[in-house]
Design a protein around this ligand. Structure first.
Ligand code: CS2
Length: 494
């Protein structure tokens, strides 16, 4: 079967073609982090904006950060890929035109710097995952001992996102290419402000930077915060086979997602951007209420279902949520522990939001795997669970469910087996540190104390909190002496 590319694009049925001809798009946007989420979310919005406005100068050049695999596959397809939006009742497949170039950042460094400094490029978006920021998850400050960051500051061809942005902005200033907007689209609270702060810290490292670069960044570079939401599971062979059958061409980088999509962007934008508001992007003064709601109620619950489901032997989120005990726990977690910490955005009805989140998670077509959500927990849990824990403790409450999720994360990381004794391996940058710290700790109390000593995760305040230590001890003891579902029944029976 022929591969999807510009040479086979015209063989597609019109219903599967983009509303925008990919051959008419020129580069106006650079994206860092080639992944399924970006291709199912921002690129779909940018395509809709191009179709609505007739402007064709917001094509995207995307750069993968960790390997050349994804970008090589997309390059071979001239940047084309299919987007399947599916529910149990309906499924539609269209080929997305926005992505015009795909590169591996470390291999195509010169092209990246050249495009970041191109006056025609006015927007940079990032989905480099939480760990791409090279920061300490607890403090959100730059890890100043990070070898990659130090090498980039010293003048090496930039291999880190921060180094690539700084060197690109340095070249942009030299070319007098004008202002630019850099929008982080990662699941981090105050992501734009965090990124701006990390770049300012980067410029304080020992290294060589143009005189006036910091001032250029302060006055000509805009770092809006943003909240992005769409469930985009990793693609499977089965999904790829279905797409080939429908399109009649082989797409080696298909994207599957849900109908729901949301992008809330802070009104801190430079000039010359596409009209994103015209295609449903919410431009607001303060993104924080939207971020906190989404990170704690949606992502926090996603992580809860992932770790509890993984330990109970469920491969998929939807299957785990179909279990009554996990469903009851998830709902109570949101209602009793998350909701009291929220200042809802205007017009949001909490019960409707919660019901919609659980309904989205239950979509059987997505096949979102518990192991995918469980990955990188040390980078995710601070904003998804620990914020809730800290605020509930400060309010004198007892966040048992949040603490049980932390204990389930610990068990998944340190034991790597479900209750049917099936092995699994959760990928996490701090997994080694946590396992080392827990070595020799046998009692629940010892394990709780060692776990809390991982300051990169808990920070100092929570790490020293006696009540949290007591709750963690209880949760670790419970998960060590009974099956997960029995522990959930007990916690709900309290
Ligand atoms: C998920 C997120 O894998 C995960 O950690 O919780 O990718 C989630 O699907 C998105 O944030 C939804 O917007």
């Amino acid at each position: 079967m022929a591969s999807l590319s510009l040479s086979t694009y015209d063989t597609l049925a019109s219903e599967h073609q983009s509303p925008v001809d990919p051959r008419e798009l020129t580069i106006g946007v650079v994206h860092l982090g080639v992944g399924g989420f970006n291709r199912g979310h921002q690129l779909a919005y940018l395509e809709r904006a191009a179709a609505a406005s007739g402007q064709h100068h917001f094509g995207v050049s995307a750069y993968s950060e960790r390997s050349a695999d994804a970008s090589d596959v997309l390059s071979a397809q001239d940047g084309l890929y299919s987007l399947r939006v599916a529910t149990a009742e309906h499924s539609a497949i269209t080929v997305i035109a926005s992505l015009r170039e795909a590169h591996f950042a470390q291999r195509d460094n010169d092209r990246l710097i050249e495009q970041l400094s191109d006056p025609a490029v006015r927007l940079v978006t990032l989905t480099v995952t939480e760990k791409g920021y090279r920061h300490d998850p607890a403090t959100r400050r730059l890890r100043r001992d990070d070898e990659g960051v130090l090498a980039d500051a010293a003048g090496a061809p930039p291999a880190t996102v921060l180094g690539q942005l700084v060197r690109g902005l340095e070249a942009r200033r030299r070319r007098d290419a004008g202002p630019i907007t850099i929008a982080s689209c990662d699941n981090l609270p105050a992501n734009g402000a965090v990124l701006a702060g990390l770049i300012a810290e980067f410029l304080q490292l020992p290294g060589r930077f143009d005189e006036g670069l910091a001032d250029y960044i302060d006055t000509q570079v805009f770092f809006p915060c943003s909240m992005v939401d769409r469930i985009v599971p990793a693609a499977t062979d089965e999904h790829r086979r279905l797409v080939a059958e429908v399109l009649g061409v082989d797409d080696r980088a298909p994207v599957l997602t849900e109908p729901f999509t949301q992008w809330v962007l802070e009104q801190r934008l430079g000039p010359g951007l596409p009209d994103l508001a015209a295609v449903g992007v919410e431009i607001v003064g303060d993104v924080a209420p939207y971020e906190t709601l989404k990170l704690r109620a949606l992502n926090g619950t996603h992580s809860a279902i992932a770790y509890l489901g993984l330990l109970a032997g469920y491969d998929e989120i939807a299957a785990a949520l179909a279990n009554e005990a996990i469903a009851r726990f998830s709902r109570a977690f949101i209602d009793e522990e998350v909701e009291p910490t929220l200042a809802l955005p205007a017009g949001v009805d909490f019960a409707s939001y919660r019901d919609e989140v659980l309904e989205r998670f239950a979509n059987p077509l997505l096949g979102y795997r518990t192991l995918q959500v469980a990955g990188d927990g040390s980078q995710k849990l601070p904003q998804r669970i620990l914020g809730t824990v800290a605020e509930r403790l400060a309010a004198g409450a007892t966040p048992r469910r949040s603490t049980l999720v932390l204990a389930a994360y610990l068990k998944a990381i340190t034991e790597g087996r479900d209750e049917n004794d099936r092995p699994f391996s959760v990928s996490d940058p701090l997994a080694g540190t946590i396992r080392e710290r827990l070595a020799g700790a046998h009692t629940p109390g010892e394990r709780a104390e060692r776990f809390l000593s991982v300051r990169e995760l808990f920070g100092t305040e929570l790490g020293d909190d006696e009540r949290l230590r007591g709750l963690l001890t209880e949760s670790i003891a419970a998960l060590g002496s009974a099956p997960v579902l029995a522990v959930l029944a007990d916690i709900d029976g309290r």
